[in-house]
Design a protein around this ligand. Structure first.
Ligand code: HMG
Ligand code: MG
Length: 302
């Protein structure tokens, strides 16, 4: 199969990235970051999570972040929601799009959401019904699709079953999380080929963490299988608080650099994206975790 002519990038740095930072990032810094990302042309920016503040303190002020961002027409700002309580908080903040999440192994499901896989299906079904009654757009996530930090190998049948559940109940897209970045291109391709047997491949998104440096190679592989949506994180921010050692998502700068080079449209302005990555990296007091960003900044410095 050939490559898509256009890829939709879902920027997850303000949520997946900042949820894992040891230091608290103030609301105004998050708001500025999100607005810089929208300026750069990103049309989907995951802005926060209505999860338990006991579990993930870094996302505690997500309602305030959401209400303060200057929402641009044509840009969606999905918010992560784990249960009805999260949905209630999202609705109170005026959220129009939510993202639900489930995991492909029992242990990760327990560690991340305190419930079994079967209970997570019941839970997201209830949230989907309530969210549909409010006309919200709903995105779904599956974690650990290429490996689990607790159980190792993951059953592709469980991943496929969860994808079907999420689609059948009304998710417009299902994002496949290589939460700990252990996948390699052949495995990533085999996963998409299996899912494509009973799920719409054009509605699958690749959400690859770059822990083992495989994310771009894995993306290159799945883009040839009909996937045209990529989740990434500016400056490579991120990780998962319940997957020890998991580093950030693939960096948005690296994805845009690769796709620009391949002549695949993204609508993202790399210069403005670099500025957003620099802004948050300066705040965190470190360099962006992106080879492309590092090289481009060095080149500019002469
Ligand atoms: P629980 O402790 O079983 O919750 O946690 P509970 O229903 O028993 O409630 C306990 C207390 O929490 C109650 O308060 C609730 O009101 C409160 P109390 O009565 O004791 O005062 N509570 C909440 N507060 C705020 N927001 C809520 C909420 N729900 C309950 N939504 C729960 C269950 C699901 C809440 C918890 O496990 C949780 O929040 N988990 C989320 C963990 C998380 O955010 N992980 C990272 C995101 S997922 C990810 O990164 C993977 C992804 O990127 C894809 C990939 O890479 O694989 C998406
Ligand atoms: Mg993630």
């Amino acid at each position: 199969m050939s490559f898509p002519s256009r890829v939709r990038i879902v920027e997850v740095g303000p949520r997946d990235g900042l949820q894992n930072e040891p230091q608290t990032v103030p609301v105004e810094v998050k708001v500025t970051l999100i607005e810089m990302l929208a300026d750069a042309g990103l049309a989907a920016i995951e802005a926060g999570a209505f999860v338990s503040p006991e579990w993930v303190p870094q996302m505690a002020a997500s309602g305030e972040v959401y209400t303060r961002i200057d929402k641009r027409p044509g840009v969606s700002y999905p918010m992560l929601v784990p249960n009805l309580k999260g949905l209630e908080l999202a609705l109170a903040a005026g959220v129009r799009e939510i993202a639900l999440f489930a995991a492909a192994t029992e242990t990760f499901s327990q560690k991340n959401t305190n419930c079994s896989i079967a209970q997570s299906i019941e839970r997201f079904a209830t949230v989907i019904d309530a969210a549909q009654a409010e006309d919200l757009r709903i995105r779904g996530y599956i974690s650990c699709v290429l490996g689990c930090p607790y159980e190792g190998e993951v059953s592709l049948e469980t991943v496929a079953m969860l994808a079907r559940e999420l689609f059948d109940r009304g998710c417009y897209e299902v994002s496949l999380g290589d939460t700990i970045g252990v996948g390699t291109p052949g495995k990533a391709r085999a996963m998409i080929e299996r899912l494509a047997q009973d799920s719409p491949v054009e509605k699958l998104a690749a959400h690859f963490h770059d822990t083992y440096g495989q994310a771009l190679a894995n993306l290159h592989a799945v883009l040839q299988c009909g996937v045209a949506v990529v989740d990434s994180s500016v400056a490579g921010l991120g990780g998962c608080p319940y997957a020890k050692g998991a580093t950030g998502n693939v960096a948005t700068e690296d994805v845009v650099y690769m796709l620009d080079g391949m002549g695949i449209e993204t609508g993202v302005d790399l210069d403005k994206l670099l500025a957003a990555g620099r802004y948050i990296s300066d705040f965190l007091g470190r360099e962006p975790v992106s080879r492309a960003a590092t090289a481009l900044w060095r080149k500019r410095a002469g």
